[in-house]
Design a protein. Structure first.
Length: 361
């Protein structure tokens, strides 16, 4: 089979995950996590001729792969809730009759992406599905999420594909609390989350660095409200990239949320699509220099125009041919105070952060 350079995974059931709420007999209340999110992404990519990405339909995840993260009892409870017509699982999380099927394909897309990347059929990929996943605890739906798609994919990479080191970068504005929990005691997964604090779900303090063998492998990088491109990119260039070189992952997965965008009303950060492009370029450049493939999994992002432009910017950065050269040069962004503090804090586990010389900003 001829290798496909770049792959975009999708499935029509993502549009059938109906989150519209019908209070009594009144008007429909639109949920921020709605099908139009994917329509906006597809429109932005179609305008750019899909940036050379091959579109593939995702399979449903195998039950045994899903239950490696989410117990069968919980999976069955979501299946029953959807079969009964759906409703509210908590104050934020809505399911409909087709939501279970959509969630199976969302997790399946992330898993299929891992296979494509590791088999050399794709050098970069993006799994674009609903519902998102990084808040879904092993036995609890939460924050619009049913199954933790990226955690399922990472667990599959370790168990079925026998990888020893997987890196997860979560740049959604909300802390990836479930991914944090699932791999909290693991030294096989380096989990890094950049997120606004304070903000839902209220987790992810800087002092949470994991437990047991996993101490130092959970890296939380909370940023204050109002943080924009300079802060976020500085953390990627001066913390995430050097950690990647120290950890030497065999695969990088990105929890790609876009609600840190300045147009998004669910948070207070001011990242632009150019900022997301720069973060994606820095991360994927590091991966190229390490011969590790990179794949993105869609999480949040609710300002439709900004979401479409930001995903397009990410895909363009993932497929940029000059990633190796750029990653080998000194970072373009000065080290922000918050990045300097993070490097000092993490040097206990990653002495390479102490050795690397960076330009002060």
């Amino acid at each position: 089979m001829l290798a496909m350079a770049y792959v975009f995974l999708e499935h029509p059931t993502s549009l059938e995950h109906d989150t519209a709420m019908h209070p009594g007999q009144g008007a429909i209340t639109m949920h921020p996590e709605q099908p139009s999110r994917l329509v906006a992404i597809e429109r932005a990519l179609a305008e750019r001729d899909w940036l050379g990405f091959e579109r593939l339909r995702s399979p449903a995840v195998e039950r045994s792969v899903l239950t490696a993260v989410h117990p069968e009892r919980y999976v069955a409870s979501i299946e029953r809730a959807c079969a009964a017509g759906g409703g509210l699982l908590d104050a934020d999380t809505v399911v409909s009759e087709r939501s279970f099927e959509a969630a199976l394909h969302a997790a399946g897309g992330a898993v299929r992406m891992v296979d494509l990347l590791l088999d050399g059929e794709a050098s970069a990929a993006f799994s674009s599905h609903r519902p998102p996943g990084h808040h879904a605890l092993p036995s609890q739906a939460m924050g619009f999420c049913l199954f933790n798609n990226i955690a399922v994919a990472a667990r599959y990479a370790l168990d079925a594909r026998h990888l020893e080191r997987v890196m997860i970068l979560d740049w959604d504005v909300h802390h990836g609390n479930s991914t944090n929990q699932v791999f909290h005691a693991s030294n096989q997964v380096l989990f890094i989350s950049i997120h606004q604090s304070p903000l839902f779900p209220g987790t992810g303090p800087a002092y949470d660095v994991g437990e047991g063998e996993g101490r130092g492998f959970t890296v939380n990088l909370p940023v204050p409200p109002g943080s924009g491109d300079e802060v976020w990119l500085s953390l990627v260039e001066h913390v995430v990239v050097p950690l990647a070189h120290a950890f030497e992952p065999q695969l990088m997965l990105v929890s790609a949320g876009y609600d840190a965008h300045r147009d998004d009303l669910l948070a207070d950060c001011t990242v632009t699509e150019e900022g997301f492009a720069a973060m994606a370029h820095a991360a994927s450049g590091a991966c190229r220099s390490l011969a590790a493939p990179v794949g993105g999994v869609l999480e949040g992002g609710y300002a439709l125009g900004a979401l479409g432009r930001s995903v397009a910017a990410t895909l363009q950065a993932f497929s940029a041919p000059d990633g190796v050269a750029d990653s080998a040069r000194a970072p373009e962004t000065g080290v922000a105070p918050i990045a300097r503090e993070a490097r000092d804090r993490l040097a206990e586990w990653w002495p390479q952060l102490r050795q690397r010389t960076v330009r002060q900003g």
